[in-house]
Design a protein around this ligand. Sequence first.
Ligand SMILES: *Cc1c(COP(=O)(O)O)cnc(C)c1O
Length: 341
Amino acid sequence: MAKKELDWGEIGFSYIKTDYRYVSNYKDGSWDEGVLTGDDMITITECAGVLQYSQSCFEGLKAYETEDGHIVAFRPDMNGERMVNSCKRLEMPAFPKERFVQAVIETVAANEDWVPPYGSGATLYIRPYMFGSSAVIGVKPAEEYQFRILTTPVGPYFKGGAKPISIRVSDFDRAAPKGTGNVKAGLNYAMSLHPIMIAHREGFAENLYLDAGTRTRVEETGGANFLFVTKDNTVVTPRSDSILPSITRRSLMYVAEHYLGLKTEERPVYFDEVSDFAECGLCGTAAVISPVGMINDHGHEICFPSGMEKMGPVIQKLYDTLTGIQMGRIEAPEGWIQVIK
Ligand SMILES: *Cc1c(COP(=O)(O)O)cnc(C)c1O
């Protein structure tokens, strides 16, 4: 076996088909044993629940090579657990967490040649997902489901250093107060495509969504949670039942407290207080943290003291520590690094 010959630094973020994917089908009330297959095509009825009523959810995580040459994944058990919660909310049958982790391991191991080399900055993105595969015409949950895991190599998120981004306050809402914002459902993304295209047309990287109920509190962006740093170095993240619980954000809050000795707060964050913060970042699997330099609220610019050239000092430390843990340069908390090979 040999690594694929790709220009790892230049592959970017489009889908590249790898050799194997995992498939398990749910029928007559249970999951089959699951297989790895080379077949990337799916054939389902035209009336499948996913096609008619968007009954689907997904996860996202990464595998990568560490400094000492192992292939590992970061906290896949957390993704497995979150997917169980998504399934409950969407009336889908949960794929057991232990099987989820095992399936991730098998899929990555089978695609070992596609795991980018240490130091390239590239990673193997892992996308577990599930959808209603049987026919549904009256509105109800499907009776059959398919769980799959595909992998695709992705390039380094920050080429030539992490430049802060500018974002804007959206006039659209991402999630209703008791809606589906806290689960990783495809439907949350379908409705975000229109606002993200508007943001991009206006020159912004992302949308900041406020809470739909009162439009006074910061929720998150389309695909990443917020971290703020106060002028006295407290790390603050918004608390809300309609935010998707980011594993990266939860890991960073742990790192802030236990590795860096910083004070942390998870609490409602009012939009009014954002201009008092010293630093701002967006957290998610893709970038770990993207620094935010400016937030545009209908023409009014909130500029963070950390500026538009580089990450603020606290966010930089958080980034360096978590990526150090992921890459095996810094000792990880128990259970964070799943060794695959
Ligand atoms: C996936 C996702 C995140 C980031 O979660 P991670 O587990 O850190 O990758 C944040 N917000 C939304 C809406 C998401 O779908």
